[in-house]
Design a protein around this ligand. Sequence first.
Ligand code: G6P
Ligand code: MG
Length: 218
Amino acid sequence: MIEAVIFDLDGVLVSTDEQHYQAWKRLAREEEIPFDRAVNESLRGISRMASLDIILEKAERQYEPATKKELAKRKNNLYVQLIQRLTPADMLPGAMSNLAELKAAGIRVAVGSSSRNTGEILSRIGLSGYFDAVADGNDITHSKPDPEVFLVAMNRLGQTPEQCLVVEDAEAGVEAALAAGMRVLGVGAAASSKKATHTVASLAHFSILQWIQELDKA
Ligand code: G6P
Ligand code: MG
């Protein structure tokens, strides 16, 4: 029986893709490193430092660890400025209705995100204090596809992997959920995932509750 749903944040509950892209693009331009939307796509679900390492693969020079830390900080300062403008209207279609429907049915809801800005984003979209558990980039040492963030959320909920469903838009996140022993619904960019338990283009017009009730019957 599924008793809890763990939602990824960026790309599942809230649309922050553009803000991440704009911040990385500006940093890459300042450092004269090639960067485009295709590279940005490969950063989905990946931690800030691991994302920077991917971007720096195209750099002509080598970066010392201290300089890399400074670059990551610069990107984050740009990103944090951009997310100041987030409002509840930036929630993705179907996210709020699914959360409310699950909660009303007694299913516990959690966030499992690689982002260290999770608290700030939840507050901007009006969802601080809404979830039964939140696990984010500040709680973990291994980023998706490692299962750590979902296992932290699960432990905070006091559930087992079989009782948890993950909702993810990143292939790295789909893999993380499966590595945690959980079932996973792929949405958005993960709608073409071959590994996800089930996929759907968007949460709009899709009822996670109805789907998990069918899963539990099967
Ligand atoms: C999410 C996004 C990634 C981002 C990561 C870390 O998983 O999909 O693109 O790199 O969070 O975000 P942060 O806010 O900590 O830089
Ligand atoms: Mg995501």
